[in-house]
Design a binder for this molecule. Structure first.
Ligand code: ADP
Length: 253
């Protein structure tokens, strides 16, 4: 399923525009959404997941037109979303948390246990199904959040900063899970971590000045950064060059 934005505009009430005619197509696989702080990444994701209504321009999720109430209602069945911050009920078990999410998304009550088991397998948490969520590590909690978003079997998964605040080992596990999910879904991931996009994303969009200013692969983004620095850079040098490039793309607009 594709996500297609055409001349999408958005302003919060009484504020200046955050999105200025954004056009972009997100295809199946894992796509990264990058951009400086305040660029509008969370705003764009909120429009995709129907937390905000589309008023100007077009945004389609498959055939669902998100500018209509009926389109948004149809899209919700096809969508899973893990926000940047979420809370888990600490006394609930992992399995009950995910089964409850399936029920909230409209699954039949008798099917929720099975749906939860399948979702927990997708994120490698089947062995922790009976643990209370308050006993989990940050990375495990993040994977419970992903399982909860997957429990109703969506074709599109949207993740806002899924690796933020995790230590390197946990980040790796979460990235492995997301990469696997992208094999037969459309996964859109917002992140500010260059290593996330390098290891995870088959395509990358850079949001700056309210538009997608770069749309391509990681090697293409790397080439742009190398052109910017006059040669190949590695490690933290590369990260600094990347940050400069992102800032420059933003200044240009
Ligand atoms: P990013 O996710 O790229 O950091 P956001 O989408 O969170 O960017 O924010 C884009 C702009 O919209 C920022 O200037 C931010 O202050 C503003 N903004 C975000 N949420 C709201 C809101 N609920 N009401 C008003 N302005 C908002």
């Amino acid at each position: 399923m594709h996500i297609t934005a055409e001349h999408l505009e958005f302003a919060y009430r009484g504020r200046r525009k955050v999105l200025h005619g954004l056009s972009w197509t997100v295809e199946p696989g894992v796509t990264g959404l990058l951009g400086p702080n305040g660029a509008g990444k969370t705003t764009f994701l909120s429009l995709v997941v129907t937390l905000l209504a589309v008023r100007r321009g077009r945004l389609l999720l498959g055939d669902h037109d998100l500018s209509t109430t009926a389109g948004r209602a149809g899209a919700r069945r096809a969508l899973g979303f893990v926000p940047q911050r979420f809370t888990l009920a600490g006394e609930l078990t992992v399995a009950d948390t995910v089964a409850y999410a399936a029920w909230v998304h409209g699954e039949d009550r008798r099917a929720c246990g099975g749906a939860a088991r399948r979702a927990l397998e997708l994120v490698d948490l089947q062995d922790l199904a009976d643990r209370r969520t308050r006993t989990l590590s940050g990375g495990q909690r993040q994977r419970v959040g992903i399982a909860a978003a997957l429990a109703h079997g969506p074709r599109v998964l949207v993740l806002d900063e899924p690796t933020a605040g995790l230590d390197p080992g946990q980040r790796l596990r979460v990235r492995e899970v997301i990469a696997r999910l992208g094999r037969d879904r459309t996964v859109l991931v917002s992140t500010h971590l260059i290593e996330d996009v390098a290891h995870l994303c088959s395509r990358i969009g850079v949001l700056a000045g309210g538009r997608i200013e770069f749309d391509g692969t990681f090697p293409e983004l790397e080439t742009l950064i190398e052109d910017d620095t006059g040669g190949s850079v590695h490690g933290s040098g590369f990260e600094r060059a990347y940050d400069r490039l992102i800032a420059r793309i933003g200044d240009r607009t």
